[in-house]
Design a protein around this ligand. Structure first.
Ligand code: NAP
Length: 309
């Protein structure tokens, strides 16, 4: 079995994802040393207060010196700049990976900077929340969640096995895809739902002036469920939209066609068409629960709200 323990891990970016990885590495004892780097002194200070690592620096280049594993957890639009900063300082034989939500663009930005002898293996854990920053992370975020790798043609098999074993130790299930396929799949399962949520919450916000406070007051009727997605980090999602443009536009075109079908069915009173679609989508929800990707209990803050007098 591949060795999941690293001597020195460097974490570049210590927000929700980076800090969750740090917490898991510490809790599971997967490294002798965790070096943390983030660009702002404020975030770095907070990471130190939370005792997420063993050493702290605002210099990504310093952080990767002597590291066996480097995990880049910054918005996808910043991947190229980080790769450029760290390239000359990477230890020969080091594994460099990322967690970015888009893969073809991250590879295009990072791969050209990677020196020979360094194993660059792009990755994406499908786990997260709408929160950001080092306080938002927690141990166990990746448990039972998929982590997808999009190895390059010349990726070293041993390095890939080691990285997979590391994510498995964090509780993830691992899979491999080619980057373009990853970007298409994620466009429909993640990117489109966020864009739809941003859009519907934006529309409701525009209508707020018409309906006064009723959008907020009666939000539990359905609107509330979109607001969690629409509260996600604006920088991260701006970058996802800009860096998975083609796949997102393709899925949006398909979505618009299907919406027009629904619109027509409502206009012409075609109840059978509506019922058939709504029954089919309910089955999708059942399949997600059966696959262990959600639980069948009503959630989204309802428990704590319901307990209030
Ligand atoms: P986050 O909580 O907002 O943290 C972002 C980190 O990146 C911070 O350390 C921040 O540093 C740094 N950063 C921001 N802009 C930067 C720039 N221009 N150059 C260098 N560093 C920069 O973000 P996150 O949720 O952890 O997301 C990190 C990555 O994980 C993204 O690529 C995202 O696509 C991916 N991802 C996110 C989720 C999710 O649900 N959130 C799930 C899977 C994958 P400062 O605070 O010091 O500025």
């Amino acid at each position: 079995m591949a060795d999941v323990h690293f001597d020195r891990v460097a974490l570049i970016g210590i927000g929700l994802i980076g800090s969750s990885i740090a917490r898991d590495i510490k809790a599971l004892g997967l490294a002798n040393e965790i070096v943390i780097s983030t660009r702002s002194p404020e975030t770095l200070k907070r990471a130190e207060e939370l005792q997420l690592g063993s050493r702290y620096t605002t210099s990504a280049a310093d952080a990767v010196e002597g590291a066996d594993l480097v995990i880049v957890s910054v918005p996808v639009g910043a991947s190229g700049t980080v790769a450029e900063q760290i390239a000359a300082h990477l230890k020969p034989g080091a594994i460099v990976t990322d967690v970015g939500s888009t893969k073809a663009s991250v590879i295009a930005q990072m791969a050209p900077h990677m020196p020979p002898g360094v194993h660059f293996i792009p990755g994406h854990p499908l786990a997260g929340t709408e929160k950001s920053g080092p306080d938002a992370g927690f141990t166990g975020l990746f448990k039972g969640r998929w982590c997808i790798f999009t190895p390059l043609a010349d990726t070293d098999g041993e390095a890939l096995s080691r990285l997979k074993a590391f994510w498995e130790a964090l509780g993830s299930r691992v899979d491999e895809m080619d980057p373009e396929h990853h970007d298409k799949v994620l466009a429909i399962v993640s990117h489109l739902p966020h864009i739809i949520a941003y859009n519907i919450v934006g529309t409701a916000d525009d209508l707020e002036t018409v309906t006064e406070s009723e959008v907020i007051k009666y939000s539990a009727s359905g609107f509330r469920d979109f607001t969690r997605l629409a509260a996600s980090d604006p920088t991260m999602w701006r970058d996802v939209c800009l860096h998975n443009k083609d796949a997102i536009l393709e899925m949006l075109a398909r979505f618009s066609e299907d919406l027009a079908y629904l619109q027509r069915a409502i206009r012409w009173g075609e109840g059978d068409k509506l019922f058939d679609l709504f029954a089919r989508t309910r089955d999708v929800r059942r399949s997600i629960i059966q696959a262990g990707q959600d639980v069948d209990t009503p959630d989204f803050g309802r428990h704590s709200l319901d307990k209030k007098p």
